[in-house]
Design a protein around this ligand. Structure first.
Ligand code: AHR
Length: 655
């Protein structure tokens, strides 16, 4: 059982006699060792585990435009025979290049309403009392054609319905709103037609009205709210391996994800069949969430947008395909055009598209990632080309280079080569066991202060080995990440960006485990790893101060790990302390060089638990937080750290 302990900290000027070992810690407020980058704690949105379609994108209809390999995947006919041609999927590829399929329904001689039924993404999450917006593109010459909509529950009972009768003979979007009468986790949608005749339909869509910021066809409000509560410094998107693709054909091409959603080309997700134990044959990318939406999300969260682009290399775990060096031009052009899309004037080609989509103001892009987990000389060669052009034309954009998938000889090679090239930031990834995280809290202590900075771009503690289904988001993993994060913060002069990965997972449709936020069709549940991220990001100061025991930085001695920052505007000390042992630790804390008196306010938050505790979607939250505040009267504090705990002590210094 997780307990969030609100510990009473007692002031103690004279020495206190304890049987247990005392830890005499000293904070030196006069000698800061680093500035903390505002981008220090960010999030990494990756379209894996149904994080986009079926996840943050609030669309409830799967395969809304019949573009999956099997155009009827997710659909079934109701009262119509496809064999008899009563429902036909029609290909108009010669006319349009994306979204080229639509459905033709022929209702000749039908007495009952007939049509199609969609199963949603593992069902549709519907909430009683909420409004839902249905959209359809349709065209019919038959004026008597009507439409009947029904949401049905798992027992086929109708929980919401609506009807409509204003179709025209031109392709046009039609919109119907209705309210649901019942909460259902796995509802389905029937789209039925009445009358005599033929109707063509496409882009069949259902969204809750209550999306993030109530934007029509927007994002799932509860999932974005959880990101918002993290106050992330940046949002990295859209991956991950989907940037690379299984092969170059399957790579992420941002230009195909912007503009009207019906023009965005649906592609197969590379996660569909990556893991045999977690196949997801219905995993596609509709790009309803595309680069415009990612920029907007970053802006909503007041976070720096951090897009990662393909660098002419497909996933090196998969096809290992690379573009020819003399064919790298279009990849670099994509980067130039993206900068124009994000920052260009509204009279520029791509800046105009941004404005047409509803955002004339620039998105203020400052960072751009070149490739995901690339390695080898083939990456260096390609990075050089990107660097040359981008630094020449856009010196203001900070480029983030890859350093392979894990810290090993491949990343050492890239550190050497990319340092020679004066790369600005390198993206490090580590999915390791808890012990690795504990022993690597000092990883960056010895990094060259004059070399590239570090983006700890993907990390997570895996208790049962790399991506094992049995690895859980338990306290054992989260505690080791917290210890490691003190090492990241202590080295804020080298480490400038960090993100846990992956971010989201649908409880039934995941491929990768563990993940920071789990959800089903109705609700989401943060993990202890989420709460560790949050306690760090909400307690981030401007400068790092040294904290020592016996004149050594506290980085694992006696299972204690710490980092301290000061928030200059609030004059607040933020002291993170992790105790990874099974024993309570007694701390005497001395703060040198600061004014602390009876007006100083002190509080301490503690998360602690048994190592195997975790949260489950639909279950209770074992990680509720409490804060107690205590006045401080002198410079020496005495308090205990609970076993297996992550703590933040806040002290407001007197002005
Ligand atoms: O986060 C899961 C995957 O791990 C990412 O797509 C990839 O970058 C890494 O291998």
């Amino acid at each position: 059982m997780i307990k969030l302990l609100s510990l009473t900290l007692s002031l103690c000027i004279s020495a206190v006699l304890f049987a247990q070992q005392q830890h005499n810690l000293i904070i030196d407020t006069k000698n800061p060792i680093a500035e903390v980058s505002p981008t220090m704690w960010g999030v990494f949105f990756e379209d894996i585990n149904f994080a986009a379609d079926g996840g943050i994108y609030a669309e409830l209809v799967k395969n809304r435009s019949f573009e999956f390999r099997n155009p009827m995947q997710g659909w079934r006919t109701v009262g119509l025979s496809m064999d008899k041609g009563e429902a036909l999927v029609i290909n108009r590829q010669a006319e349009v290049s994306s979204n080229f399929r639509f459905m033709r329904i022929n209702l000749a001689n039908k007495k009952e309403p007939c049509g199609i039924q969609n199963e949603g993404f593992r069902g549709m999450g519907i909430k009683a009392g909420e409004n839902y917006n249905f959209y359809i593109q349709a065209k019919t010459a038959d004026k008597n054609m009507g439409m009947q909509l029904e949401l049905i529950d798992e027992n086929k009972e109708v929980i919401a319905s609506a009807s409509y009768q204003q179709f025209t003979n031109e392709w046009q979007e039609h919109h119907v709103s209705f309210k649901a009468g019942k909460t259902v986790e796995k509802a389905q949608l029937k789209v039925l037609f009445t009358g005599e005749g033929i109707i063509d339909i496409d882009m069949i869509s259902l969204f809750p009205e209550n999306t993030w910021k109530m934007r029509p066809k927007g994002l799932r409000a509860d999932l974005v709210a959880l990101l918002d509560s993290l106050h992330p410094g940046f949002v990295r998107f859209p991956g991950g391996c989907i940037v690379e693709g299984y092969d170059l054909e399957n790579r992420y091409q941002w230009k195909k994800t912007v503009g009207p959603i019906e023009d965005r080309t649906v592609i197969k997700s590379r996660w569909m069949d990556e893991f045999r134990h977690r196949m997801a044959p219905d995993y596609y990318q509709s790009y309803g969430v595309g680069f415009y939406e990612y920029f907007l999300l970053s802006e909503d969260l007041k976070a720096q947008p951090l897009p990662i682009l393909n660098c002419g290399m497909a996933c090196q775990y998969n096809s290992k395909e690379v573009c020819q060096m003399d064919e790298i031009g279009p990849y670099i052009q994509d980067a130039l055009d993206l900068i124009e899309f994000a920052n260009g004037t509204t009279t520029s080609t791509w800046g105009k598209l941004r404005a047409d989509m509803g955002h004339p103001e620039p998105f203020n892009l400052k960072y751009l990632g070149i490739g995901n987990e690339q390695w080898g000389p083939q990456y260096v060669e390609r990075f050089i080309e990107f660097q040359k052009t981008l630094k020449d034309q856009h010196p203001e954009i900070v480029l983030i280079a890859a350093s392979g998938p894990t810290p090993d000889e491949r990343s050492e090679y890239l550190w050497t080569e990319l340092t020679k090239l004066k790369a600005e930031i390198l993206d490090e990834h580590y999915y390791k066991d808890p012990n690795w995280f504990y022993t690597n809290t000092t990883r960056y202590d010895s990094f060259d202060r004059n070399g590239p900075k570090v983006f700890a771009g993907e990390y997570a503690s895996h208790t049962k080995g790399g991506n094992a289904p049995e690895s859980r988001n338990n306290w054992e993993a989260a505690l080791s990440e917290a210890a490691f994060m003190t090492g990241l913060e202590r080295n804020a002069d080298v480490v400038v960006m960090t993100a846990y990965a992956p971010l989201f997972a649908h409880k039934e449709a995941w491929q990768w485990n563990p993940d920071m936020i789990w959800f089903d069709n109705l609700q989401a549940m943060p993990t202890p790893n989420y709460y560790v991220q949050q306690i760090f990001s909400l307690n981030m100061g401007d400068r790092v101060l040294p904290i020592t025991e016996n004149n050594l930085p506290l980085s694992g001695q006696n299972s204690l790990y710490s980092s301290v920052t000061i928030d200059d505007s609030k004059k607040e000390l933020l002291i993170k302390l992790v105790n990874s042992s099974n024993e309570k630790k007694a701390v005497n804390l001395k703060i040198n060089g600061a004014k602390i008196n009876s007006k100083s306010v002190m509080s301490m938050e503690t998360l602690s638990s048994d190592l195997d505790t975790f949260n489950e979607v639909g279950g209770g939250n074992n990680f509720e937080k409490e804060v107690s505040q205590i006045a401080l009267k002198s410079k020496l504090l005495t308090f205990d750290l609970a076993p297996l705990s992550v703590n933040v002590v806040k002290i407001t210094l007197s002005k």
